[in-house]
Design a protein around this ligand. Structure first.
Ligand code: UTP
Length: 314
C-alpha cells in the first residue's frame, strides 16, 4: 500500500528564536520567498503525500491561513501568466492534496506542550492503521534528485516492513554533541540504507560510535503509538519521540536509517544562527534576485575588509 499520509508537528513554542517568534510562528518565518512550512509541504507532496495533518496550537492560525484557498487574491489581482502559475500552485484541492489540523493540548497546570512524542501521539486517529511520514515543520530537506529523500524513506520502509525509518545525515565529529545520533548495526555503517541498533542523545565527540545525525524526517508504522504511551516523560515533562523509537529498537522491531546523499542538504531554522544561514542560502539562489544579492554581499564584505585594513594602518 502506498504511504500518502504525513504529520507535521508545528505546536512548539519556538523559544530559541525569541523575540522573532513572539507573535509569528517559527514555521512561518520566510526562507527565500516562502515560509519554511511551505517548503516542507512541497517536499512532502513531491514524495507522493496527499493527506497532511498539522499538529498545531491556538497561537499558530497563520499556518492554516497560509494553506487556505487563494481565490480572493485571484479575483482581485490582474494576474499575468507567471503570477497565474504561482497562484495555481496554491490550489491544493486541484493538486489532490488535503490538509487536516488538530491542536496539541497543553495539559491543565502546564505552560507548554509536552514535546514531539506527544505531538505525534495527537495524530493517532488520522493515521488509523496506516504507516505515515513525520516531518518537523522547522526543518527542510533540499534535494535535487528524484526520488528525493522522503520518497526513498517510504520505499525502504515498505521494502523492509519496518516499524520506523529515520532520515540521517553524516555530520562532523565535533558536531555530534548537537544531535540525536543513530548507531548502525555492525557491517552496515557505510550503507545508504541500514538497520540501526541504538540512538544516542547528543553524545560527546570523543565517545560517539557514529556520526549519523537524525534529520527531522521519519516514517512510522502505527505501532509507534503504543510505544509513545509507554515513554517515561523526561525531567522537564516532555515526551520525546526518540524515546519511543528507542523502545522499538529495544523490542527488536525493525528500525532503519536512510541517508541524505551528498547532493541533499538539511536546512534548519531552530535558532537564529541556523535561520540566518538558511535564509541566506535561499536568498542567494533566488531566480530573480539571487545574482544581485551575491554581488551586494561580495561588495559589502569587500568594503568591510577594506575598512579593517585601513583601521590597521592608522
Ligand atoms: P523543537 O523542539 O525544535 O521546537 O521541535 P520547539 O519546541 O518549538 O523549539 P524551542 O526549543 O522552544 O526553541 C521540532 C518541531 O516539533 C514541533 C515544533 O513546532 C517544531 O516544528 N513541536 C515541538 C510540537 O509540535 N510540539 C511540541 O511539544 C514540541
Amino acid at each position: 500500500m502506498n504511504i500518502d499520509k504525513a504529520v507535521i508537528p508545528v505546536a512548539g513554542l519556538g523559544t530559541r528564536l525569541l523575540p522573532t517568534t513572539k507573535a509569528i510562528p517559527k514555521e512561518m518565518l520566510p526562507v527565500g520567498r516562502y515560509p519554511i512550512i511551505h517548503h516542507v509541504v512541497e517536499e512532502l507532496i513531491g514524495a507522493g503525500i496527499r493527506h497532511i495533518l498539522f499538529v498545531t496550537s491556538r497561537a499558530k492560525a497563520a499556518i492554516a491561513n497560509h494553506f487556505d484557498d487563494y481565490s480572493e487574491l485571484m479575483i482581485h489581482l490582474e494576474l499575468g501568466h507567471h503570477e497565474m502559475r504561482e497562484v495555481s500552485r496554491f490550489d491544493y484541492r486541484q493538486r489532490g492534496v488535503e490538509f487536516f489540523f488538530t491542536n496539541q493540548q497543553v495539559p491543565l497546570g502546564q505552560t507548554k506542550p509536552l514535546g514531539t512524542g506527544d505531538a505525534v501521539a495527537s495524530s493517532e486517529s488520522f493515521a488509523d492503521s496506516d504507516p505515515f511520514v513525520v516531518a518537523y515543520g522547522d526543518s527542510m530537506i533540499s534535494s535535487p534528485q528524484d526520488p528525493g529523500l522522503v520518497a526513498r524513506m517510504i520505499a525502504s520502509h515498505q521494502e523492509h516492513r519496518s516499524a520506523c525509518t529515520i532520515a540521517v545525515q553524516e555530520v562532523a565529529q565535533e558536531l555530534v554533541h548537537q544531535y540525536g545520533i543513530v548507531v548502525p548495526t555492525p557491517n552496515e555503517e557505510n550503507r545508504e540504507d541500514c538497520r540501526i541498533r541504538d540512538l544516542l542523545e547528543k553524545p560527546a565527540p570523543d565517545q560517539t560510535p557514529s556520526r549519523l545525525a537524525s534529520s527531522a524526517r521519519y516514517v512510522f508504522s502505527p505501532c509507534i503509538f503504543d510505544e509513545i504511551r509507554k515513554v517515561t516523560p523526561a525531567p522537564n515533562g516532555e515526551i520525546y519521540l526518540t524515546d519511543a523509537i528507542l523502545r522499538l529498537i529495544h523490542a527488536n522491531a525493525v528500525v532503519r536509517a536512510v541517508r541524505l546523499t551528498p547532493a541533499e542538504a538539511r536546512h534548519d531554522i531552530g535558532n537564529h544562527r541556523a535561520y540566518f544561514k538558511t535564509f541566506l542560502e535561499y536568498a542567494l539562489e533566488d531566480a530573480e534576485w539571487g545574482q544581485e544579492m551575491r554581488e551586494y554581499l561580495a561588495a559589502r564584505l569587500a568594503a568591510e575588509s577594506d575598512a579593517g585594513r585601513n583601521t590597521e594602518q592608522l
